[in-house]
Write a protein that binds this ligand. Structure first.
Ligand SMILES: [Zn+2]
Length: 574
């Protein structure tokens, strides 16, 4: 069966891509076309079929009957025609890395959200032609091109899905790093230092490659790597692909020192995914079932390891100083340890329930869930320091990554199982990790950070400020002040306030900012809180508690043993 996609955009300002899929060299009574429900790397059913309209099919000018047989399935009654085309339009106006976007300025395609697959034929090679809008001259696609203009080849549907596309008049530039050609498609910000980007991206690419000792693009399809970068108002996100990434970063932050540092963090994160996730992957994630949830308990490895490595890579690349690594670690401990959900949900449960929880947060999420990204990164910190300590700083988590890459991905061409990740960690550490896994990975016990940091001569400092505490978050909308979240076990939680309550007054005075007002009180003071709930006025007398927030800092110990110094150096990958 030959499968060819044609994507055009004759009126980009209306935000519609026109897609034709031509099927030939087969004769079938019917063919099912299916739109993916989700995109790899982002674990939520997004129901891309919702954006499809105006579908029809033709065989040699003859209309074919098309019947929808499921939410995402169109059955074309092809009636044994040797060649026919199925046409549909897709509304594309969501500027995220997970979806499609088209306007008068440019187009971005995440193929999972645009290109339907032919039922049962995902392994079939496909070709793709892009017809850019007539004034657009550039098409960036991380796929090998064919002789026809703007035409590309993918060995199967999975690879097509993993090839994001930028179309327009964006800037393109390149550089070499780790022996690999890198292309950058840059859109949205004219005022930037291209040489700086090349230099910093190169340092990141080389630091990552050094960890694994091998660059996957060396022998893969185009033999190069592509960055699609969008610098746009208030946009943040990244999505990893087999030989490329899409990065969204907010324009308002790009030119600040902190903002640019975050941009490099995002870049390091997505680049590390080239190995961890796109090659070293939980066995459940591939081949993908695009029509339903693909459950795994190992997203804490896929994302937690990757978040952990962001700072390690930047440190190794010389883009941040050693103390930044300590600071980002301490900030992450502060973030996670102050969330009540950290005591409720384990990182393995968080991974499994990503489909219904992580991507669908509500006002109670901080009380009941923990992110497999941030908590996953802290578990990774513990594992890395454990390995460094127990191997006398001869090994680190890098050796685990290399083992997973060489022995499981390259030799066996498959993902790792849930039990295998533990086995490989144990192999490298030379220690049994059963208790550690039960307590901190499958369980929610507090990690003894001080013990692990001590291995590398660092000490953990914590600070609690005795300040009055109510435990509500609010939002002001015009003249109304509403409660948007209530922290578990706070005075507000135990004494009857609810999310959605409108705060009318506190101690008979109108309130603009609850947090500011409370600063004028003391722990143990009582507040008269008047609220409106479902149209009824209610009064509460609420006794303020003491803010349980703990701030953590990591400092170097004053005197360190030779073993601690060696471990610290290993941790920094110096
Ligand atoms: Zn990620």
């Amino acid at each position: 069966m030959n499968i060819h996609y044609n994507i055009s955009m004759p009126a980009p300002h209306t935000h519609y891509f026109e897609v034709s899929i031509t099927i030939s060299k087969t004769k079938r009574p019917f063919v099912d076309f299916k739109m993916a429900a989700w995109t790899p790397g982002s674990y939520l059913l997004r129901e891309y079929a919702q954006h499809v309209e105006s579908y029809h099919a033709k065989a040699n000018k003859r209309d074919l009957k098309v019947v929808k047989t499921a939410k995402n399935t169109w059955r074309v009654m092809s009636d044994n025609a040797p060649k026919f085309s199925f046409h549909y339009r897709v509304y594309a106006f969501e500027m995220t890395v997970r979806n499609n976007f088209l306007d008068a300025n440019h187009g971005y395609i995440n193929p999972a959200a645009l290109c339907m697959f032919v039922g049962g034929q995902q392994a079939n090679p496909v070709t793709l032609t892009i017809e850019p809008y007539h004034t657009w001259k550039k098409v960036t696609v991380p796929l090998p091109g064919s002789k026809e203009p703007y035409t590309y080849e993918a060995p199967n549907f999975d690879v097509l899905v993993d090839s994001p596309i930028e179309i327009g008049n964006h800037q393109e530039f390149g550089f070499k790093a780790a022996g690999i050609s890198h292309k950058v498609a840059w859109y949205g910000l004219a005022d930037y230092d291209q040489e700086q980007i090349k230099k910093d991206f190169k340092a990141i690419a080389e630091a990552c490659t050094d960890i694994f000792g091998d660059h996957p693009c060396k022998n893969y399809l185009t033999k190069d790597y592509t960055f699609i970068v969008h610098i746009l108002d208030k946009k943040f996100g990244g999505l990893e692909h087999l030989n490329s990434t899409s990065l969204h970063f907010p324009r308002e932050l790009y030119h600040t020192k902190k903002g640019y540092a975050r941009f490099l963090n995002l870049t390091a994160h997505e680049y590390f995914h080239l190995w961890n996730v796109k090659r070293i992957r939980p066995i459940e994630l591939g081949p993908f079932d695009y029509e339903q949830e693909n459950y795994t308990r190992s997203l804490w490895v896929a994302e937690g390891f990757t978040v952990y490595y962001e700072s390690i890579i930047l440190c190794k690349a010389g883009l941040v100083k050693n103390n930044k690594l300590r600071k980002s670690t301490a900030d992450r401990i502060t973030l996670v340890e102050n969330l009540p959900g950290n005591k409720v949900q384990s990182v393995t449960d968080s991974s499994w329930d990503a489909w219904i929880k992580a991507y669908r947060p509500n006002e109670n999420s901080p009380n009941t869930t923990i992110s497999y990204y941030s908590k996953g990164a802290l578990v990774t910190l513990m594992l890395d320091l454990f390995i460094i300590h127990h191997t006398k700083a001869t090994q680190s988590l890098d050796d685990v990554m290399r083992h997973l890459y060489e022995e499981i991905y390259k030799k066996e061409q498959r993902g790792f199982s849930e039990s295998e990740i533990k086995k490989v960690l144990e192999l490298v550490a030379g220690k049994d990790l059963t208790t550690l896994f039960e307590k901190y990975i499958y369980g929610t016990e507090s990690i003894n950070y001080a013990q692990y940091l001590n291995y590398a001569g660092m000490e953990l400092h914590s600070e609690v400020k005795e300040t009055p505490y109510l435990g509500v978050s609010t939002v002001k909308n015009g003249k109304t002040l509403k409660i948007t979240a209530i922290r578990k076990d706070s005075p507000a939680y135990h004494q009857g306030l609810n999310v959605h309550d409108e705060i009318l007054s506190i101690d008979d005075a109108k309130v603009k900012d609850v947090a500011k007002l409370i600063e004028n009180y003391e722990v143990g003071n009582e507040l008269k809180v008047k609220i409106r709930r479902d149209g009824n006025i209610k009064k509460f007398l609420i006794k303020l508690g003491s803010n349980p927030h703990v701030t953590y800092k990591i400092k170097m110990q004053k005197s360190r043993t030779a073993a601690q110094k060696k471990a610290y150096k290993k941790w920094l990958r110096k």
